[in-house]
Design a protein around this ligand. Sequence first.
Ligand code: ADP
Length: 186
Amino acid sequence: MFGPPGSGKGTQSVTLAQKYNLLHLSTGDMLRAEIAAGSDLGKRMSAIMAAGELVPDDVVIDMIAHKIDATREKAGFIFDGFPRTVEQAEALQSMLAGREMKIDRMLVLEVNDEELTDRMKKRALISGRADDADPAVINNRIEVYRAKTEPVIEYGRKAGVCHEVDGVGSVEDIFQRLCSQIERII
Ligand code: ADP
């Protein structure tokens, strides 16, 4: 599941995972859990996340590899917020190939910047996430997305798996758009 910060990746991924028996893997959630647990890794990552920068590639790649290997009895995975750089995408592809798996679909939620900023400010009131509360951090996250993560879309296009989905509308309407994409491949 792809898209800029605030595009609804998390909301939609959780429901899609339930519907299709997939394991939802959100690197953002995993990193926040490390911070909440007070682990060494969490302590090292917290300032990076608070600034809206990306944590090092090897940190998230290792997290994902461990989860994939520990998972049984799921039809597949839905990655949310990963891969976020071309290096992460390459690592994911070789990680999957080595386990006889592949990326079936890359769904890109398209939402304009104004709507994104608006949604994140609202989310800050509920989530308590510091990176949603500060407009400078929100802007930085959108810029980091455009510079480092958008190139991954081109990577998906070349692999023939990329599909854009209109990410503006009701949560239910967007969910239906995503389901119709998934149902083409199952
Ligand atoms: P959002 O999509 O709203 O930015 P996430 O929960 O996906 O929220 O990510 C929050 C923060 O966690 C990011 O700004 C970044 O600092 C860090 N992060 C999450 N996933 C990755 C990743 N794959 N690579 C590097 N940093 C990540």
